[in-house]
Design a protein around this ligand. Structure first.
Ligand SMILES: [Zn+2]
Length: 98
């Protein structure tokens, strides 16, 4: 059995899809009615987060799609004022429009 040729072993890096912005950046407090309560709870009730990061209502939120054909965004990036980014899969949880 021939030794594997290292060139054959090299595969293209796992595809990293660019995130497609769906909405302009917004304050979480402005879109509270569209964010599942469990997301808010996950911030406010997380003892591992810094106090500033728990204050999710003041964070910026950006909504993205990972695939152009998706109707609703499936990824949310929530950015604290300290610069920490919190990624949330938003599977069906965040609506584009009210
Ligand atoms: Zn923070």
């Amino acid at each position: 059995m021939p030794r594997p040729n290292p060139q054959n072993l090299s595969r293209p890096a796992r595809e990293t899809r660019p995130l497609i912005p769906v909405e302009q950046k917004n304050k979480v407090r402005n879109v509270m009615d569209r964010i599942p309560a469990k997301v808010i709870d996950a911030f406010e009730g997380n003892p591992g987060l810094k106090p500033c990061c728990k204050n999710v209502r003041d964070h910026d939120i950006e909504l993205f799609k990972t695939h152009e054909e998706l109707v609703t965004p499936n990824m949310a990036i929530i950015t604290c004022s300290c610069g920490r980014k919190h990624y949330r899969a938003a599977a069906g949880g965040v609506k584009v429009s009210n």
